[in-house]
Design a protein around this ligand. Sequence first.
Ligand code: ARG
Length: 582
Amino acid sequence: MNYQIKILEDKIKESLKDLGFITDTVTINPSNRPELGDYQYNGIMPLAKKYQKNPVEIANTLVNILKDYPELKEVSTAGPGFINLTFSDKFLIDFLNSSLKDITINYKSDTPPKTIFLDYGGPNVAKILHVGHLRSANIGEALKRLCQVIGHKTICDVHLGDWGRPMGMVILEIKTRYPNIAYFNENYHGEEVDFTLTNEDLLELYPIATTKAKNDEKIMEEARKINYELQNKHPGYYALWQKIVQVSVNEVKKIYQDLNVSFDLWEGESNNFEYIDEMMEYLYGKNIVEESDGAKIINVKLATDTKEMPPLILIKSNGAASYEATDLAAIWERTKKFNIDEIWYMTDKRQELHFTQVFRASLKSGITTNKLKFVFNGFGTMNGPDGKPFKTRDGNVMPLSNLLDMVTEECEKKLLPSITENRLEIAKTIAIGAIKYADLLPFRTTDYNFDLKKFIDLNGKTGTYLLYSTIRMKSLLKKAEEKNLVFNTIEDVNNPSIHKIIVTMLDLKRIINRSFENCSLNEICEYLYKITNLYNNFYSEYKILTEKNNILKTSYLSLTKAIYLNNCYLLNILGINIPEKM
Ligand code: ARG
């Protein structure tokens, strides 16, 4: 909770105590009837019930005391015992001025910091990076930044899909096309090989390789064999695989850089694989691995389950370790290497069962205890404009890079003609802002439809609107600076528009806390729009730079500065960069 609000809440609690009413906490919230007050306190009714007193009477007595609080301008009782509170000018001035000194006070929490491990991105090596991976990257990155501004420590892993049968298929396809390259020579022992492989090659190869294997059992068997040998570090296959991973990762890194997405660790399923034997030995020791149709499984059903809960398959009947096994091994590895309080996963919500099984197996086996909190942050799908999975015109999966290019092109058309340099770069920054905002605006689990026109509408609830408005604030401040004006404090807030803007700003900490609790950025997106809109209304109402009264002029500019700094801070949490102009 905002500390100014918290101080006020504690004071109300004390006043209630003086009146003989003891309550654990007092919470005041933004009013849902702003015409009656800025905030409201709804705690009187339960208190009256507890003490078997008339709520309106308690409310009236409390209101009489609150009237003398310097923090409040107006206080009134409403209905069966609600209390409406309107803040005093001094209270709002003090709050805004401390925000101007240090904007981070509205974000930092006083709860003890935790170490949170975030697993997001999850691109698959050699495979096209598609819009599903966009969501994981956007949401994961924003949640990481949110954790950090609150004061938590984060460790982030991209968790590559770099292991398993598709790798065997891709290697087999390369072998079929180029049987003579040194990797396939029996005597190969790790020397440098003159073989050029590009990401385009991989994107072309991958679908062909997988389709061939799916349609031909003999090819599939061959791919399985290669994969098996790869996992046993066959020198040629292993070296080629490393090359494939490198080419893919370089490409993915470029796209992530554009998206402002970064990681501490570039680990993947192949790293987890290194721990599987060790982990299996441990699990056998715990006597919880069962045999079922040739597979090794762990039963993760609980007596309380109402839905079906299939057992977790660790080792498939063909001897291969499963996706579940790699994730369990990832937990094994992470908890051994780091001292972590929570692990968060950001994937499509369709992977929920997989993670439920893994979390349960981890607890049941004692790999982790209840002290470690697992959080599965599943997300909904971004669909095409028709509400069906996003496709290109010819019906294929839309590569992420094409999507970025398409939106950049449209944003470029909207740039001011006077911008002659770096148009494409600026357009790209705006396009990414627009995509990210649209992606983070719906509640995490909600599906949404991609709608280019809507997403870049300068007058809509969009990233472009927010960027445009924030740039305009900056340019106003720059003009003021050029006139040598100084604006670091607000002195006069006796104006309904300003009053409302600062009251909205007071609510920021609650929004931040709720976003953290829900692991969703939707409320931050809504909040950014709300405060920007309120500010823009004020901006069009008042001629800031030509204001004659100096106290008012300074106050207007200081308010602008606070909103500007705060918008930058919030956009940064969302992973959105602000261009110089647009
Ligand atoms: N590579 C996976 C996919 O494309 C996502 C990985 C998610 N993280 C994990 N630890 N399983 O679906």
